[in-house]
Design a protein around this ligand. Structure first.
Ligand SMILES: [Zn+2]
Ligand SMILES: [Zn+2]
Ligand SMILES: [Zn+2]
Length: 216
């Protein structure tokens, strides 16, 4: 691998442009779905260009393992982010703490990277074209989610939750398969599930670090 290879670790959380609730963006994504209001949040390339471009501009000033935090506002979006210069130390498998074999991943690879010790897998994929357009040195993405129109939820199968209809006081039981708005079976009014209930049924993903390889 060329001496010019650099990596950056990023973590980002955006306030939903529709409802204001935090939305985890575990990857360089041009759009994501809000787990609270289920609407699509569009993340313009400029936003990632700003975060990733600033990181690269400051790269030589950062000690390995150290980083910066920031808040970026663009249009109606507010993004909180962290960047860390790695490696060294090399990123490690969260299961067994063995270092990932980053050099085994060629640019353009679209597959799973397998931990040589415990077999845990993590996705690797090429930097999306819109990202390469704005940050030409961005080559390969590690540990990140992919773009999806589905809300980022950790898991389904949460226990049912009982609440009372704000109109008639009747009992309503909701579970992970319930729609965000459900009709009360007693009075027929549409009940919009409060954020607290909804997020309990659809636990939001935790923001995690993802990594980009840069070359050139
Ligand atoms: Zn929202
Ligand atoms: Zn492992
Ligand atoms: Zn009711």
């Amino acid at each position: 691998m060329s001496a010019k290879t650099r990596y950056g670790i990023f973590k980002a959380m955006v306030d939903c442009s529709h409802c204001g609730n935090p939305v985890v963006t575990n990857g360089p994504l041009s759009r994501t779905a809000c787990p609270s209001c289920l609407q699509t949040v569009t993340l313009p390339p400029d936003l990632w260009g700003g975060i990733i471009g600033d990181y690269l501009a400051d790269y030589d000033k950062l000690e390995p393992g150290s980083g910066t935090d920031g808040t970026l506002m663009t249009g109606d979006l507010t993004v909180k982010y962290s960047c860390v210069r790695l490696p060294p130390p090399a990123p490690a498998c969260p299961t067994c703490e063995e270092n990932w074999d980053l050099e085994s991943v060629e640019n353009g690879a679209d597959r799973a990277l397998v931990c040589g010790k415990c077999g845990r897998t993590t996705p690797v994929y090429p930097a999306p074209p819109w990202l390469r357009e704005i940050v030409p040195s961005a080559k390969q993405v590690f540990f990140a989610d992919r773009e999806t129109n589905e809300p980022e939820v950790a898991e389904k199968g949460a226990k049912p939750i009982a609440l009372t209809c704000p109109q008639c006081g009747g009992g309503i039981v909701v579970n992970a398969d319930s729609d965000r708005t459900i009709p009360c079976k007693y009075c027929g009014v549409d009940v919009y599930l409060p954020d607290g209930v909804w997020l309990k049924l659809h636990p939001a993903k935790v923001a995690k670090y993802w990594m980009v390889r840069f070359e050139g």
